[in-house]
Design a protein around this ligand. Structure first.
Ligand SMILES: Cc1ncc(COP(=O)(O)O)c(C=O)c1O
Length: 439
């Protein structure tokens, strides 16, 4: 049977059809599907795609991913080719496979492959964007206290290079009871005529707060309506903790640049990432690292001239020889996600996070930092236990075979990250163990 029907009903058909015959996804999905799960996505089949040890409950997808089977298989196939004859394999495949990776990312984000630069990580994308912006000393980069080290450090360096000022505001006094309007209001009041860049993080990795990006970018657009192109406020977003969770395309967010690693919630190959930008936004950047995939760049170099034309995403894609087998396996990661369905991934992740948050709120001595609202949160659940340091909590959870993490911020918190690898039963177990730690 039924294999086709099972796959179709479980939402896996797209992935199965899209994968190459060597991917193994179809075979594994068929083996692992159980009859009682025919009505919805077959989450046990999804979980079985990962080679995660069952000795632990894994709540660390926000840091580095385990590869699902189609990604593992693609990497293995490319690695075999590379090990057998590296130069021939690179020459025969590199340009095509990088274009396929850009196309897959572009399709996922609704921008087309030409709107995607390939990077190694969120960090690389964030740094390339902020340090590539053509800024002047009378312009300002505005960010928030709640942003991450990677954004703060990149804009500090961009300020040092260009002379542009950097300024931070706090998005709130208390996260409890925070509203979308409050966040938008704080940002709008902080923008001045000098503000050229608004540097934000979509989902904060300390508290799990998700910014209402669309409301922010709509408000910024109203300011931009009265500005020249060169003075427009560019909204640049570290989007990594919403990427691979939320059911969105870039135009839903309205930002100019979106930087994300593919090796966290997207479960893509480790050491991969993207920058997505709107067509007008790319022109505001200068590349830092020579591109190997932009033919015009090579031609200009060989004829001893400067490359003509504006900066493009392909020119912003850093060149050099790489861990190609990982980069080339990116399409399989996007296919995997879309095979399950972006809406289903979002629903499942939010559902599990809500279960975790509701459970934590009912436990005494716990301060939950992440908002309950789906509009203001994604998959990160952040909390503290009275009388215990976050590091001690993470240690005790690990003793109980639960892998959590500490936010590496000045004020650290404990983070749990339910995702499509997890089950409601695992959330219950985690909550039970936390109750034991508290009592
Ligand atoms: C908000 C945020 N941005 C960027 C990073 C780093 O991502 P990458 O490993 O893709 O550079 C992290 C944490 O790992 C993070 O929490």
């Amino acid at each position: 049977m039924l294999r086709r029907e099972l796959l179709a009903r479980s939402g896996l058909a797209l992935a199965a059809g899209a994968m190459s015959s060597t991917s193994g996804w179809m075979e594994a999905a068929a083996e692992d599907i159980s009859p009682q799960t025919l009505e919805g996505p077959d989450w046990p089949a999804v979980r079985s795609q990962f080679a995660l040890t069952n000795e632990y409950i894994h709540m660390s997808a926000m840091l580095i991913s385990s590869h699902p089977k189609p990604v593992r298989n693609a990497i293995q196939e490319h690695r075999r080719g590379m090990d057998a004859d590296p130069l021939t394999y690179v020459f025969q495949n590199n340009r095509r496979l990088q274009e396929e990776a850009r196309t897959a990312a572009g399709q996922y984000l609704g921008v087309g492959g030409s709107g995607i630069a390939l990077t190694d990580s969120t960090t690389m994308g964030v740094a390339l964007v902020y340090n590539g912006l053509r800024l002047t000393a009378n312009q300002e980069i505005l960010t928030t206290d709640q942003d991450y080290y990677v954004t703060h450090e990149s804009i500090r360096l961009a300020g040092r290079r260009t002379g542009a000022q950097t300024r931070r505001i706090s998005l709130y006094d208390e996260i409890e009871g925070i509203s979308e309007e409050q966040i938008v209001d704080r940002i709008m009041h902080a923008i001045t005529p000098a503000t050229r860049v608004l540097a934000l993080t979509w989902v904060h990795s300390s508290t799990g707060l998700k910014l209402p990006l669309r409301a922010i970018t709509d408000a910024v657009e109203a300011i931009n309506a009265g500005r020249d192109e060169a003075a427009r406020v560019l909204v640049c977003v570290d989007g990594v903790h919403g990427f691979g969770i939320e059911d969105m395309v870039l135009s839903d967010l309205g930002c100019d640049f979106f930087m994300a690693g593919c090796h966290k919630w997207l479960f893509g190959p480790r050491g991969t990432g993207i920058v997505a930008g709107t067509s007008r936004a790319w022109e505001s950047l200068l590349p830092t690292i020579p591109s190997f995939i932009d033919s015009a760049n090579w031609q200009a170099w060989s004829s001893g001239t400067d490359p003509e034309g504006p900066t493009t995403a392909s020119r912003m894609t850093p060149g050099g020889y790489k861990a190609f087998e990982h980069l080339w396996a990116l399409p399989q990661a996007f296919e995997f996600q879309q095979g399950i369905g972006k809406a289903r991934v979002a629903e499942r992740t939010h559902h599990l996070a809500a279960q975790m948050k509701d459970g934590l709120r009912a436990i005494p001595k716990i301060t939950l930092h992440t908002p309950r609202s789906e509009k203001l949160s994604a998959g990160i659940v952040s909390f503290d236990i009275e009388g215990l340091s976050p590091g001690a909590v993470v240690h005790r959870l690990r003793e109980r075979r639960i892998i959590a993490s500490v936010a590496p911020y000045a004020v650290p918190h404990v983070r749990l990250t339910p995702c499509i690898q997890n089950t409601p039963a695992e959330i219950d177990t985690v909550l039970q163990e936390i109750r034991r730690i508290v009592s």
